[in-house]
Every structure is written in structure tokens, then in C-alpha cells.
Ligand binder design. Structure first.
Ligand code: KIV
Length: 284
């Protein structure tokens, strides 16, 4: 158990200043948060990816503030050393700054130490409103899953020079607005490097190459719990879906064959009481 990580500490973690790369993992409930924390993650992101990997939706746009608060609270109750960041879901920061701060407060009261929201310069008023309410904000640029309809699918962004320069300008706007770090998702490694060099706050990449100040992956992807898709940026470190199915199938087979439960897995009754019930010596 080390010192609890905070936004001011994370904001200084630039590799160009000699810092170690930041490690962020998503988690959505107490067991996954405990695992990420025990593994030494610096940040735990209660991502809106919960919509897809836990709640069975096809994209992240269906998840609500109340659902995000529910998952954030489960993660925060484990009191991890890692800093807990919660995603602001789609439409929770798109209407007015007043709505944005009200929604941000729900997630902070659920246990978030910082909030992440997607988008570039157009989000500056919302970021400034949350920061002025004393809540740290993490930006998110590039392939922003809440823009799946507008971007025409989950597509790599910034492939041409104009789009790349637009992302650099957006990153500078987010840093200037007060973001303590920025997630860079789904963009060429060269563009992520330009952004990382252009801003004083750490960048955390996912599908954005090796030059970022840190890396993030989704819990279910790292552990091989999610097997329906394998984007090229995912590295699986375990095969928990197939290991889990195998274990559950062995349980089912043991139940059906009578091998489960064994006597050691059962509770005993006092023999006198069994006698009184006329059961002594009758059990299989
Ligand atoms: O919701 C999420 O999991 C994310 C990561 C992909 C950065 O936003």
C-alpha cells in the first residue's frame, strides 16, 4: 500500500521529465478494481466502455450518469491506491455548463477523484466549469467512442496532416483549459508523439503508439474476458473467457455426475440430532 495517487501528482508525470510511464486500467466493480490496484495501476478508469463490455450494449452511448455513478461507487468502495477517474457519459456534458457541473457532482459524490470527457476545443467551456468546481478533468481525443455515429464507426483519427494538426490544436486547448492529462485514442503514433511533445500534461494512449506518457487498456481486453473483437492495439495477457468457460463446464459435469459436492464440502449435523430425526447412518 503506497501513497494515494492524486491529480497534481499525475499531472507531472511526463516521460520527457524522466517520469515512469503511467499505467491506467479500466475497472467497473469491486473485484476488478481490487485486481487493477493489486497489479499496481496508477489510475483506474471507470470507463463508459462498461456499456459494451459489461452491460451488453453495442456502443457507449446508452450508459447514463446514474449507471456510471453505480459502477464508480463500487470501484471507490475498495479504496484503491490508484486514482479513480470516472467517464462522463454521452449527453452529460453536451447541453449546458450547469448540467455538466451537476452531472460531474453526482460522479464525484459516488467516489470519482477526477472525470474524463471526450472532445476537443468545443468542450473547453464545460472543462473550465468542472475545473472551477475544483474537480480535475482528463481529456480524451482522437477516436472518441461517443462520436461513433458522427465519425461513421470506430475509426482511427488524424490520418491526414490537416486532421493531425487539428488534434494538436485540440490538445493544447484542453491543456490550457486545465485538463491534468489527456487520453489519446486511435490515432497514428506520429500524431500522438506530436501531441505528447506539444503539451505539458501527460498523455495516456490507447491505440496511439508507444510515445505517450502512459498506456491504458480495457480490463476485459487485457484478461481475454472480451473475445468478440480483437483490435490491433489490444494485447491479451490471459485467456479468462475460455478458462472461465472450462471451469464452469467442469462444475456442470461434476454436478451431473454426482462428483460435486463431496462430504468435505457439506455441513455436518450433531449425530444425536440426526438420530432424533431418524437419519443417522442413512446419508449417502
Ligand atoms: O471507456 C473507456 O474504457 C475509455 C478508454 C478506452 C480510454 O474511455
Amino acid at each position: 500500500m503506497g501513497t494515494k495517487l492524486t491529480a497534481p501528482a499525475i499531472s507531472k508525470r511526463k516521460r520527457s521529465l524522466g517520469a515512469d510511464p503511467l499505467v491506467m486500467l479500466t475497472a467497473y466493480d469491486a473485484p476488478s478494481a481490487r485486481m487493477a490496484d493489486e497489479a499496481g495501476a496508477d489510475l483506474i478508469l471507470v470507463g463508459d466502455s462498461v456499456a459494451m463490455v459489461v452491460l451488453g450494449h453495442d456502443d457507449t452511448m446508452s450508459v447514463t450518469v446514474d449507471e456510471m455513478a453505480h459502477h464508480t461507487a463500487a470501484v471507490a468502495r475498495t479504496r484503491p491506491r490508484a486514482m479513480v477517474v470516472a467517464d462522463m457519459p454521452w449527453m452529460s456534458y453536451h447541453v449546458t455548463t450547469a448540467d455538466t457541473v451537476t452531472n460531474a457532482a453526482k460522479l464525484v459524490r459516488a467516489g470519482a477523484q477526477a472525470l474524463k470527457l471526450e472532445g476537443g476545443a468545443e468542450r473547453v467551456p464545460m472543462i473550465e466549469a468542472i475545473v472551477s468546481a475544483q474537480v480535475p478533468v482528463m481529456g480524451h481525443l482522437g477516436l472518441t467512442p461517443q462520436s461513433v455515429l458522427a465519425q461513421g464507426g470506430f475509426r482511427v483519427q488524424g490520418r491526414d496532416s490537416e486532421a493531425a494538426l487539428g488534434l494538436v490544436a485540440d490538445a493544447k486547448a484542453l491543456a490550457h483549459a486545465g485538463c491534468f492529462s489527456i487520453v489519446l485514442e486511435g490515432m497514428p503514433a506520429a500524431v500522438a508523439q506530436m501531441i505528447t511533445d506539444a503539451v505539458d500534461v501527460p498523455t495516456i494512449g490507447i491505440g496511439a503508439g508507444g510515445h505517450c506518457d502512459g498506456q491504458v487498456l480495457v480490463f476485459h481486453d487485457v484478461l481475454g474476458l472480451e473475445t468478440r473483437m480483437l483490435p490491433r492495439f489490444v494485447r491479451r495477457y490471459a485467456t479468462m473467457h475460455s478458462d472461465g468457460v472450462d471451469a464452469l463446464a467442469r462444475f456442470a459435469a461434476d454436478v451431473r455426475s454426482g462428483a460435486f459436492p463431496e462430504p468435505a464440502e457439506c455441513y455436518e449435523m450433531n449425530p444425536d440430532e440426526e438420530m432424533a430425526l431418524g437419519l443417522y447412518g442413512h446419508r449417502g
